[in-house]
Write a protein that binds this ligand. Structure first.
Ligand code: PGA
Length: 253
């Protein structure tokens, strides 16, 4: 059985007061949950504070996710942060290939693959995001698009690398739009991803967690998480509200 995972992607939101409130609230609200694994993803600036808070006994069950990194371990890369730096802060997961990074910051498949490898090289677990645009969905190419994004990483890192990785299917048209993929639409792409991996390695395919992301909320989480190939969620907007995020975590428990 794959353990469900719910990750809050806070994006560029938060003040120190809000980070405190969110972590303390989520920690308290999720204290009794035995099965689901929960991670919070603050900005890099707030990672130190988040790490401190998550080191407390009350919040010790919360994991930390970074939203981004740079693929080199150190050097003259003004403004960037590396995997070894994140590892020192006790970060567990790193989101790579989010559509906002691909679109706004022009990250190519090659850049994403390099970030994926750098994450694993420091012992951290990448959460590799794949997803199609609305035009690509309407053209009927959703499966083709996500498989190409996945293949770009497999070609660089190898199929074995997926043993210690998480996938996230995030249809771009569903991110921040309030327009969730139906459970059938999401399950279909998750199945395609898992079957594709199974062609190379069935054990890796069975073991890898595939999260759904795109307007997950307290009202739709249960039906999404009940699908055979959906192993949790990558949650944006709803992760900034304590009660709603805790409710989503309960749906996965
Ligand atoms: P959303 O964002 O839940 O606000 O749609 C999800 C994401 O971008 O990871």
């Amino acid at each position: 059985m794959r353990q469900k995972l719910v990750v809050g992607n806070w994006k560029m939101h938060g003040s120190t007061a809000q980070v405190r409130r969110l972590i303390e609230g989520v920690a308290t609200g999720s204290a009794g949950l035995a099965k689901v694994e929960i991670a919070v993803g603050p900005t890099l600036l707030h990672m130190g504070l988040a790490a401190e808070l998550c080191a407390s006994e009350a919040a010790g069950h919360l994991k930390l996710a970074a939203q981004n990194l740079f693929a080199e371990p150190a050097g003259a890369f003004t403004g960037e942060v590396s995997a070894p730096m994140l590892a020192e802060y006790g970060v567990n997961y790193v989101i790579v290939g989010h559509s906002e990074r691909r679109e706004i910051f022009a990250e190519t498949d090659q850049v994403v693959a390099a970030k994926f490898k750098a994450t694993q090289a420091s012992g951290l677990i990448p959460i590799l995001c794949v997803g199609e645009s609305l035009a690509q969905r309407e053209a009927g190419t959703s499966a083709e698009v996500v498989l190409a994004q996945l293949n770009a990483v497999i070609e660089t890192a190898g199929i074995e690398a997926l043993r210690s990785a998480v996938l996230a299917y995030e249809p771009i048209w569903a991110i921040g739009t309030g327009k969730t993929a139906s459970k059938e639409q999401a399950q279909e792409i998750h199945r395609v991803l898992r079957e594709h991996i199974a062609k190379s390695d069935t054990a890796v395919a069975q073991g890898i967690r595939i999260l759904y992301g795109g307007s997950v909320n307290a009202a739709n989480a249960t039906e999404l998480f009940s699908q055979a190939d959906i192993d949790g969620g990558l949650v944006g907007g709803a992760s900034l509200k304590v009660e709603e995020f805790v409710s989503i975590c309960k749906s996965a428990d």
